[in-house]
Design a protein around this ligand. Structure first.
Ligand code: ADP
Ligand code: MG
Length: 240
């Protein structure tokens, strides 16, 4: 589904990604962990072309993301992204937030877009908030709407960048539950997270990034209990 080869990224003199190689198969859940500033968000943003690569390449279903001829908008509509901040449109209701892209980008009819939104709101447990505005919702509810909004485009891949990091602790569980259900349905997911419990339980594979390189990757059971690299051990020692 995703193949990353020799990906490098620099901002001016700052070398953020120093040669990343990895693949993500269909229906795989890959959790990316690592210290703050190690390049996790930049890596994720390179996967859907939100960030230009400095070198190397990213292939999504065989399509090279950073080729000038690639239709990045079309590609991005196949890849849903959920951010730390929920980024809902404040002047639109929950329903309008979810229907917007399917109407504008997918050219769905009103009834069809509404039907799809309703199904998704049932799924994330927020059908009773269909006509609410974002500021009437808790952080956890807003993030679940953001996930529903991304799913409304029927993406083949979902990218999550620390989706629970700005939530109050009591709301983390409800968002992780939605993500766990999505993983259970076979969605291909790349999740940057500090939720080690989630990574251990849901990920098929964990990637530890430090200073712009993949230091170690593998089965969560192995990474969390007996990491091979000293840097991984040191990091896990601080967060576990
Ligand atoms: P992480 O998500 O692991 O915390 P990031 O990918 O956000 O790390 O950032 C990695 C490094 O790249 C940081 O030093 C950050 O300041 C820098 N960086 C990220 N985005 C930009 C940008 N648009 N311009 C300049 N520097 C950036
Ligand atoms: Mg980040």
């Amino acid at each position: 589904m995703i193949r990353v080869e020799g990906l490098t990224k620099q901002f001016g003199d700052l070398q953020v990604l120093r040669g990343i190689d990895c693949t993500v198969k269909a229906s795989e859940v890959v959790c990316v962990i690592g210290p703050s500033g190690s390049g996790k968000s930049t890596f994720l943003r390179c996967l859907n072309g939100l960030e230009e690569a400095s070198g190397g390449q990213v292939l999504v279903h065989g399509v090279s993301v950073h080729q000038p001829r690639t239709d990045v908008d079309a590609l991005r509509s196949e890849i849903g992204m959920v951010f730390q901040r929920f980024n809902l449109f404040p002047h639109m209701t929950v329903l309008e937030n979810i229907m917007l892209a399917p109407l504008k980008v997918r050219r769905l009819g009103l009834a069809q877009a509404r039907g799809r939104a309703t199904v998704l709101l049932e799924k994330v447990g927020l059908i009773d908030k269909i006509d609410a505005y974002p500021n009437q919702l808790s952080g956890g509810q807003q993030q679940r709407v953001a996930i529903a909004r991304a799913l409304a485009m029927q993406p083949r891949i979902m990218l999550f960048d620390e989706p629970t990091s700005s939530l109050d602790p009591e709301m983390v569980g409800e968002v992780l539950a939605v993500m766990r259900a999505l993983a259970g349905e076979g969605m291909t997911m790349v999740v940057v997270t500090h939720e080690m419990g989630f990574a251990r339980e849901v990920a098929n594979r964990v990637i530890f990034i430090d200073q712009g390189v993949i230091v170690e990757e593998g089965d969560p059971a192995v990474i969390f209990s007996s990491p091979a690299q000293e840097r991984t051990r040191a990091f896990l020692g601080k967060v576990l």
